[in-house]
Design a protein around this ligand. Sequence first.
Ligand code: 5GP
Ligand code: MN
Length: 313
Amino acid sequence: NNNFFIGGHVKPDGDCVSAQLALALFLKRIGKKVFVANRDPVPPLYNFLPGIKNIKKIKDLRRRFDVGFFLDTSNIERTGNIIDLRQIGVVINIDHHVDSIRFADYNLIDPQASSTSELIYLLIKNSKYPIGQNEALCLYTGIVMDTGGFQQLNTTCMTHEVVADLLEEGVKPYYVSQKLYKNKTASELKLMGLSLSTLELDSSGQIVFLKLTNKMYKKAKSSQEETEGLIDYVNLISGVEIIILFKETEKRNVIKVSLRSRDKIDVNNIAKIFGGGGHRKAAGCMIKGTILEVQEKVLKHTRKVLRNYGRSS
Ligand code: 5GP
Ligand code: MN
């Protein structure tokens, strides 16, 4: 085939855009026409990645493609519905989420993989072409972001083998860590401060939650794209089981909820109740309502999950 589409998920994260870029760079290198797009913008954090400006932000794509890849998305709604699957000859889904529903013609799903970037690495590695330096940089970045800098449970022997090979290809971890972790703006830290000051410990002592509101973005002169990583920064209080971030979105009365589990609780099951998904220890969902209504609903359910866990263990 010649004409390829590469999509990701709404509110794309580091793994998503890195996997998209690496696959696009690879396909272009072997002479294919590639169109890369997402419904939502790429967080500016990833501006250092080669080819990042080629990711288009599109709501409704009317073109036809021989092949369409959807990366890091477990169902079709997560893609943002920017294209009708009937416009695509062959649909391929490459993902590492446990809740993937295999919506494509071909589904490469491996929940054991640290990231979709790890799967793209294997795909390129199993082709007859070598991996390029730019692709390696993207893939390394995706793996670093989805493993929380090799600290999450999804970090495996395989992950490190893949990363070792990417370093052989010329990736400089120091350069990437400067770009990813040492490039905060004053407004981002200010926003973090505003959000951290809303931090509350639930009466059960096991849930910590905090908020990010549109008012805060204004006050800190910051944007929503600058908040990736905030919840993981909070995920360092010992003795707490669940961390929840309630974030206002650009849509009135639509709240983005991020959930993190420290140990026992499967937050994917909590997110699923509200129409979202993710992984055991990191999941999310979008819920309609004011931030306080959503907070009440989610906390009520989460307390119940904790109580039931306490009973069953
Ligand atoms: P985050 O809280 O960092 O946005 O997302 C954590 C994990 O949950 C990611 O793996 C992400 O793919 C998943 N996730 C976040 N929001 C949603 C959602 O609205 N729906 C689904 N299905 N998964 C989500
Ligand atoms: Mn991912």
